[in-house]
Write a protein that binds this ligand. Structure first.
Ligand code: MG
Length: 370
């Protein structure tokens, strides 16, 4: 593999609905797309899934665009470019953090490398399933509106639903959904909104334990691993961590502290698919649960996450839904729901056909690096 060019596209996508969480509302979806070409004419594509604002983790789209433009892409292309995807990633190692930006580079490099070897990403990662159960994420809201939204996604064919919660919008909401859907695989995600030092928060988290939830995701702030261990000991419901775990060492620390029962694995948050696969493998060895997480990816990143989610250790409901839940049209041929499942792409590389017209129409800025 000899890289010839890297193109960095800044897109502005409209979400079909604004996703409200305890950490704010995602109404618009800025997206960074990387296209790479080799001297032999192979092409690869990747996306950087950083969101508009630095409210999920520190990363956000404008910052990711700057670090890609000024630091990551120049390192990648220096001295004639890398000889492999792995060599390309090593070139980025001296830049600290910026997991989502690096994950975008990795996705494009893997896509182009697999184009040369003729292998699918799913096969490369070790996927063992041809489809994965889809999940629907439902916004924070009042009980009646959340029940109506759950009813709508269940009618669309989703059999696994995750509700965003926050202090004051939790127990009554979950009770109402449970009464309407006693057998639904239901989980909740607080995006770090609870403080175990506050009595009313502690009481609400204990009250959530009676609803047979599949899991309680990221109840406490990302750094609160000691408190998370205390909470794990208090609850029957499995506690899984998302924002707390941005690198393998965070995971190992959480394991030593018994601060989690499982982990939400998102390649963007973890710096790429290879790091995400390593965490999956380690979780399996430790007997911990895994959920494939979502970052409001376009069809490009969604294809990669579906492939990863087909690994054998993903035993908890995941976040990934069909394209039409978020984007119409998507940047690729749509990922569609079939019997509540998403098909794992089996074409070469990411294995999805791009919708070039939609990519062109939503691109607001393009920069070419040679
Ligand atoms: Mg989450």
């Amino acid at each position: 593999m000899r890289l010839r060019t890297v193109e960095l596209l800044r897109l502005a996508l409209d979400l079909r609905f604004a996703l409200r969480t305890s950490a704010g509302e995602h109404a618009h979806r800025p997206l960074l797309v990387l296209r790479v070409t080799t001297v032999d004419g192979a092409t690869g594509i990747g996306e950087c899934s950083a969101l508009a604002e630095p409210t999920y983790t520190e990363e956000y789209a404008d910052g990711a665009e700057a670090v890609l433009r000024d630091h990551l892409i120049p390192r990648l292309l220096a001295d004639g470019g890398p000889s492999s995807a792995a060599a390309g990633l090593r070139r980025l190692g001296d830049v600290r953090g910026h997991a989502m930006a690096k994950a975008g580079v990795e996705m494009a490099l893997l896509d182009v490398e697999l184009a040369e070897t003729g292998e699918s990403l799913a096969n490369y990662l070790g996927a063992t399933r041809s489809s994965i159960p889809a999940g629907a994420n439902v916004s924070l809201g009042a009980p009646s509106s959340v029940v109506a939204e759950v009813r709508s996604v269940v009618a669309d064919g989703y059999r696994r639903v995750k509700i965003k919660i926050a202090p004051g919008a939790d127990v009554a909401v979950v009770r109402a959904v449970r009464e309407a859907f006693p057998d639904l695989a239901l989980s909740v995600d607080a995006n770090g909104a609870y403080d175990l030092e506050r009595e009313e928060h502690r009481v609400a988290l204990l009250d959530l334990d009676e609803f047979g939830l599949t899991c309680l995701e990221q109840p406490l702030a990302p750094g609160e691993l000691v408190a998370s261990a205390e909470l794990c000991a208090m609850l029957e419901t499995p506690v899984i961590l998302d924002e707390s775990i941005v690198r393998q060492s965070d995971f190992e620390t959480a394991v030593v502290l018994s601060a989690l029962d499982g982990v939400s694995i998102k390649p963007a948050r973890l710096g790429g698919l290879i790091a995400a696969r390593a965490m999956h493998d380690r979780a399996r060895v430790l007997g911990l649960m895994c959920s494939i997480g979502g970052m409001l990816e376009s069809g490009i990143g969604r294809a990669a996450s579906i492939a990863l989610g087909a690994l054998p250790g993903f035993d908890l409901p995941g976040d990934l839904g069909a394209s039409d839940r978020y984007f119409v049209p998507d940047l690729t041929e749509p990922h569609v729901l079939v019997d509540g499942e998403l098909t794992v792409p089996n074409g070469v590389g990411l294995g999805v056909a791009l919708d070039e017209e939609t990519i062109a129409r939503t691109t607001v800025r393009a920069q070419l690096f040679e």
